[in-house]
Design a protein around this ligand. Structure first.
Ligand SMILES: [Zn+2]
Length: 63
């Protein structure tokens, strides 16, 4: 699983999401940033920032 914690981008935010694919994590994170943090326009570098903060969540399940 891939994990993104919003707190790495927006200090203090406890929201996080996990998915099998980076693309899905990014999609959900963008959704969250729009609805919760009022980011109306998601800039290209925002997506890069999200991607840079996605990390592998320790899992024994192989993809
Ligand atoms: Zn957040």
């Amino acid at each position: 699983m891939r994990l993104f914690e919003c707190g790495t981008l927006v200090p203090g935010c406890q929201w996080h999401t996990r998915a099998n694919e980076d693309a899905e994590v990014v999609r959900r994170a963008v959704d969250h940033l729009r609805s919760v943090h009022g980011e109306e326009i998601i800039r290209e570098n925002m997506v890069e920032n999200i991607k840079a903060r996605i990390r592998d969540e320790g899992s024994t399940e192989a993809a």
